[in-house]
Design a protein around this ligand. Structure first.
Ligand SMILES: Nc1nc(=O)c2c([nH]1)NC[C@@H]1CN(c3ccc(C(=O)N[C@@H](CCC(=O)O)C(=O)O)cc3)C=[N+]21
Length: 305
């Protein structure tokens, strides 16, 4: 048995061969979103495996002509549940302290996809009671312009999370800009210090990157045990693949690297016990985790338990 998280930023595009009986998942980023597939029980067990952890309302079978088909992990419904929990916590915090969490998003340029993501994040913030702040800078801004906005948000006590929408225009040094975000407000978890801490035993990062965190949360909420399983992560981008691998290792999985390839959803459905769809899988979870990180940040900064 094996599982895989694949990151479509990698060049690997091989299709899963059904006879391998291995589990594949796909974690893509940016324009595409993410799938997780998991086969903890093996193919024969799939149809009879009615684990008590699987909430029937959150699980739907995929229409397939083949004999077996994976449970579809409903990221959208889990994300909604999490957002409801967050909204409750924000009310409690507001009642207790008068403070509401604030998220600042910096968008440079006018990429349509980035504008859509930013709009969706803003809507999600409003829905749970997070105040959102926005800085929209023109494509030809300088690094210094962006750094100035980061510094302003770093110093603004009503802002608890800062997100610099990626990708940045080519003329900018991404590392330099992400480095400037205060580590206490780095709700994306992209600051080198947060990523470094994720890799170190016994030094918890202040924030875990939202997409891999969302994948782990889906596995957790669906009762999928990670300990002792073999996991394959495809792609090692700083924001999805690499932190995903670190989080899975944390769960005491054996270590090792091997390139497997991208996933073919239709084929994987026949061998995996569970898979996340696109849309409605990891994408909505990414946003829910961003809200969760922003809430945790506000709680930490104001010492609200
Ligand atoms: N600093 C930064 N942090 C990010 O977290 C970040 C980023 N930059 N740049 C872009 C990527 C992409 N990303 C997505 C979030 C939600 C969906 C999402 O909710 N997708 C929906 C589909 C939406 C649609 O209808 O197209 C779904 O999968 O169901 C997708 C992609 C966050 N990103």
């Amino acid at each position: 048995m094996a599982s895989a998280l694949s990151d479509c930023s990698s060049r690997a595009t091989a299709r899963l061969l059904p006879f391998q009986r291995s589990v594949q998942s796909r974690v893509s980023q940016f324009q595409r979103s993410v799938s997780i597939a998991w086969n903890p029980l093996g193919m024969n067990a799939i149809r009879s495996a009615a684990s008590p952890h699987w909430s029937s309302s959150a699980v739907a079978p995929v229409a397939m002509t083949t004999e077996t088909s994976a449970k579809v992990i409903d990221g959208k419904s889990v994300a909604k549940q999490i957002k409801d929990e967050i909204a409750g916590e924000i009310l409690r915090m507001k009642d207790g302290t008068g403070i509401v969490p604030g998220l600042a998003v910096i968008l440079v340029g006018s990429r349509k996809d980035s504008q859509t993501y930013v709009r969706n994040k803003k809507k999600a913030c409003e829905a749970v009671g997070i105040k959102s702040y926005e800085a929209n800078l023109p494509e030809d801004s300088t690094e210094e312009d962006v750094l100035k906005h980061i510094a302003r948000f770093n110093d603004d006590p009503s802002v608890h999370g800062i997100l610099v929408q990626l990708p940045l225009p080519r003329h900018m040094n991404e590392e330099k800009i992400l480095n400037a975000v205060s580590i206490e407000k780095d709700v994306d978890g992209f600051h080198p210090l947060n990523i470094g801490r994720l890799a170190m035993q016994g030094r918890d990062p202040l924030f875990v990157p939202c997409t891999p965190k969302g994948c782990m949360e889906l596995l957790h909420r669906y009762g999928v045990e990670i300990k002792g399983k073999r996991a394959v992560v495809i792609g090692r981008s700083n924001i999805v693949g690499m932190p995903a691998a670190l989080l899975l290792q944390d769960a005491e999985s054996p270590r090792g690297y091997r390139l497997v390839g991208d996933v073919c959803y239709e084929e994987v459905c026949t061998v995996a016990s569970a898979i996340t769809p696109v849309p409605g899988g990891v994408g909505p979870m990414t946003i829910a985790m961003l809200l969760s990180n922003t809430l945790s940040s506000a709680k930490r900064i104001h010492n609200f338990k």
